[in-house]
Structure formats: C-alpha cells, structure tokens
Design a protein around this ligand. Structure first.
Ligand SMILES: [Zn+2]
Length: 438
C-alpha cells in the first residue's frame, strides 16, 4: 500500500493487497458522478484515491486531510483525535485526487476558487460509510481537501457505550427528570458532545416522561421519544410555548449558540426540563458563557440545574501496553494511593538494549505501533448546588467554580481521568497530551 509509512514485511504487504477496496455508492447530493466525461481523471486518480480511503477507513481514521505545500502535498489521517502522517505525494497527484473526490461527490470540478462541500456514500466489505468532503482554495491555485468519515454502523448512543459510569448516569437522571430548569452538555465542537446529549436523553425513562425533541436529530432515531412537529414560521419562543402546551416534560433542544436563544430558553426554565448543548472547553466555562449571554449570573444560577462536560482520551492498546511500577513520588504527585495501586500502564517503547541475535523488535500491528486503540470519554458534572449558585450570582470566575466543584467532591475531568489511569485504561502521557492548553 503506497500510502503506508514505515517498513513493512513482504508478507504483510501481500496480506494487505487482498484487502477489499472501498466502493463509492453515490453522491450525497444525488448528482450522478460524471465518470465518462472525466475518463482521463478517473484513469489516473480513482485507484489511488480508493487505496487512500480504504487505508484511512481500515485504520479507523475519522478524518483525511490532503494539504498542498509547495511542490508536494502532505496527507494526514486523524486517528483517535491525533494527526498521523500518511504520506506525501507530488502536487499534481494531490490535485487529481481532490478533483476525483469532487467528481464522486457530484461537485463542480471547474470551480477551484471557492470552497465547496459535499459528500459521498461508500462501503468497505459489510461496513457502510458516509464521507463528507470540504475543499478550500490555497496558494498556487491548489485546494486543501478534508474528508470526514462516519461509520454508519457505529451506534454509540447509549450511556454505557460511551463509557459513562453508572453513578454519573444516575446523577444526570436525577437532574433531568425531577426538577425543571436547563441541563447543559458542553465540550469543544466535534468531540461527540451531541452523542453524549443523546445518550443522556436515552438514559431517561420515556415511559415515565413525555419527552420531545425540537430541532435537528441528524437522522438519529430516538426510541420512545417524539420529534415535536415544528412549524418553520414559528421562532424558538413560539415553538417552546407550543411544545409546553402539549405537556412536554422533557425537551431536547438544538445547541444554544447566542444570547438571544439563551434568553428565550431561560424564559421557560420553570415550565419543563430542557436539555441542550453549548460549545465550551469545560463545565465552568460553559456556566460562565450562559451567565454572560443572560447578562446576569444570578439568573443563570436560577435557570441551570447542572452542566456536564466531557473530553475524549485515547485508550492504551491492550495488545502492547506495558506495566510499570510508579515511584512513590510520582504517585503522590498525581494523587493516587500507592498502597492500592501497584502498577500503572504506558505505551510500549522499543528496547534500549540491543536484542539477542536473531530477535527483532516487532511493532504492534493492532495499533499500528501508536500504542493506543480507540477512545473513551471522561466526564465532569457541575451541579448547581446552593454553594455553586451563590458563587455564580456573586460573579465568581471559572477557577472559583472549579474549586467549589472540588470542595463539594463533584466529578471533574481530571479526577475522572485519574480513574482511567489507575485502572490501566490510559496513560499519564495521554492525559498530558489531552489536557495541553487547558
Ligand atoms: Zn498495540
């Protein structure tokens, strides 16, 4: 496979040659791809493109990026949230591959000065995928190509499927089924907060509550939960009013993106449980964002019941992770009890000493020697306790809110992450990477 990096044994190359290539099954916009009119392009670019996409999908990448730089273009995959180099190609070939992608997506290949987005359905073996593409013009008449890959067979919407601990599920259920008010899920965009939001709603018993969703469910089906029949001429205010009139007890809203929507939603805090999402790095930041939009910390304290935030972290590969005995000093620093935990785990590294003759360091094929395989979610939940409400009404900053959460022993991202270090799911190195910039 030409896009693999690093040395491969002959046997592995042969094995890989038998991997079934991706099949494209029609543009998402319904425009038939003009293969005959672009026969020359198809001849030079279709096969390499299929190999690249197949490689990405079989390595569990969720994004492919082709970035032109001078005479060449670099290709990278995003695997478990980390960019992994996937080769370099001459710029002409990158151009042909990008144009071929546009043909498959039913886009205009003569347009290269404006960004274009589209998508194509595809399958590899039994697995169905949806590839969403975006091209952006860059210097030298070239275009950057981004491909977002979604495995349509992956169903990760139940709380237990996203690694949500049962105590947390219970706490969310308490916050969203008894009292009214607004419950928020927040996190950086594209990190699965919508999935968590849906998981939170699925955790509710739809037989006990009248649950409606307002807005875009992105094609996800929510068992036992009705989609409210919205009227496009009605604004959010009117839609919420109508939804409450039919005795909705729990309402799942579209993300709150501005002060106007925040104020409308706040106006109904006493009428139903509302669940929504906002983009914010963590729960404390999300709470302060709401306070800013509402222009009043005391009002935000009254309106919110709790804020859940999350972060994705990579799991160590079970086939190659290695145990080590942490020093008492390290254990003290990270706040784990040395008498309870005797080993921690880390990514295996090649031996420093030369191996005995005839033996070779064998890279792990499960994780492509990255040391990690798959991701899990860590959570934090700030409940609007009396202490928290008082602080927010008094204009406290994020540090003070976080400190209060620690004092009240609420679940924080960092202590939740340490739980996964302690049980060997992830490594300290991964936490360092994931929390960088926070
Ligand atoms: Zn491995």
């Amino acid at each position: 496979m030409i896009f693999k990096f690093g040395k491969k044994k002959q046997a592995e190359i042969l094995e890989e040659a038998e991997v079934e290539l991706i099949r494209f099954q029609g543009a998402l916009n319904g425009v038939p791809p003009e293969m005959e009119a672009n026969a020359k392009l198809v001849k030079i670019a279709l096969e390499p493109l299929k190999e690249l996409f197949t490689d990405a999908v079989t390595r569990r990448a969720d994004t492919i990026r082709i970035e032109p730089k001078g005479d060449r273009a670099t290709i990278a995959f995003l695997i478990d949230g980390v960019a992994i180099p996937a080769g370099r190609v001459p710029k002409q070939r990158a151009h042909a591959m990008t144009q071929m992608t546009k043909v498959l997506c039913g886009l205009d290949i003569s347009e290269r000065t404006q960004p274009q987005s589209g998508g194509v359905k595809a399958s590899v073996g039994e697995d169905e995928f949806e590839l969403k593409t975006m091209t952006t013009p860059v210097a030298g008449g070239m275009e950057r190509l981004l491909v977002y890959i979604r495995n349509l067979d992956e169903k990760l919407e139940k709380p237990e499927h996203i690694g949500m601990p049962s105590e947390l599920k219970l706490a969310i259920r308490n916050l969203t089924s008894g009292r009214k008010k607004l419950f928020l899920v927040c996190g950086p965009s594209r990190t699965g907060i919508t999935t968590t939001l849906y998981a939170s709603v699925r955790g509710l018993d739809a037989y006990l509550h009248v649950i409606f969703t307002i807005g875009d469910t992105e094609g996800r089906s929510l068992l036992n939960i009705s989609t409210f029949d919205t009227d496009p001429t009605h604004d959010l205010q009117e839609t919420l009013r109508r939804c409450i009139r039919v005795e909705a007890e729990v309402i799942l809203l579209d993300p709150i993106r501005n002060a106007e929507d925040a104020r409308v939603v706040a106006g109904f805090y006493d009428d139903a449980v509302m669940i929504s999402e906002i983009t914010a790095a963590d729960a404390a930041t999300g709470i302060l964002q709401m306070a800013e939009w509402l222009g009043d910390g005391a009002l935000a304290a009254k309106v919110l019941s709790g804020v859940l935030s999350q972060k994705l972290i990579r799991k160590l590969c079970n086939d190659c992770k290695e145990a080590f005995k942490p020093s008492p000093k390290l254990m003290k620093k990270i706040g784990l009890k040395a008498d309870e935990i005797t080993v921690l785990y880390r990514k295996a590294s090649p031996p420093v000493e030369p191996l005995p003759k005839g033996e070779e360091w064998e890279p792990c094929t499960t994780c492509d020697d990255t040391g990690y395989f798959g991701r899990t979610t860590i959570f934090e939940l700030i409940e609007m306790s009396e202490g928290m409400q008082g602080l927010l009404a008094g204009g406290a900053d994020a540090t003070a809110l976080r400190e209060q959460a620690r004092t009240e022993k609420m679940r924080t991202l960092k202590n939740d992450a340490m739980r996964l270090v302690a049980d060997g799911t992830t490594s300290l190195e991964e936490l360092q990477r994931a929390f960088k910039g926070n």
